[in-house]
Design a protein. Sequence first.
Length: 314
Amino acid sequence: MTSRVYRVMHRTRYTYNDDVSSSYGRCYLTPRELPGQRVHSAVVEIEPEPDDRSTGVDVYGNQDSYFHVRTAHRELTVTAHSVVEVDPVDQGLVLGPARTPWESARPAAVGTREARLAAEFVLDLDPPEITPAVREYAAQVFTPGRPLVEAVTDLTTRIYTDFTYRSGATAISTRVDTVMRRREGVCQDFARVAIACLRSLGLAARYESGYLATDPPPGQEKVFGADASHAWAAVWLPDDRWLAFDPTNDKLVDERHVTLAWGRDYDDVPPLRGVIYTDSTKSQIDVSVDVSPIEDPADGLGDRADSPESGAAR
């Protein structure tokens, strides 16, 4: 298989019924540079023009953008454009270390420097997400001595089968225990269920955000802006690689996935978060995402290549 190149657009528009005098924002909208992923161009455009903005790299290596708009406004639009090339995953290289018993992938059992760094991703959240229901669900999959890749693949399929994808069924604040009880949610819920299961067993797991290239139904043209941000999970391997998997789609992450950022949970890498000062009593948010394959990375560069600036699919 060959590499795939995508032009990605992610637009978030906030509207208010009164003036906003000041708006502070932080966003994770710039794809990561990875061994199997190359960012050919990336820019984040903000309207109104910020009075102050900067970019940085967080503790997990993600690029984030800060901005402060002091111009009075009733609409704020943040648009990220990027051109990203993604390679097919070398399953032999990644899955080799994952064929050992899952117990051997516990950072506590490995003892290397890399394992000590990965141990952060074993810790539960606050408030806790590892509940008796999570432990019971994980124990059905991770039986003693089972190869890690086999168990992770089984967990991926079980979540896909046992949980119903339903947009609007949950909110960002919905707890894993609630999702376990209702057996429905969206991509970030299923990723967080998988992460809680892995951590309940002493395995290191992280939350990954990005996009999934989707194809329109047969006979229909692709609708610009009809895609969505996506999320999946990854488990740490003893050779310090991570095996990424997508419970929403019952598959391992491949060249259709564009990685934006990762952390311990969604709260570490929200696409956009901020604070506003206003007397407005009503607001509305509209999000539009488009992931379009292109033949040549240069086709997507345009005028944005020279810019200094570089959030459920099923």
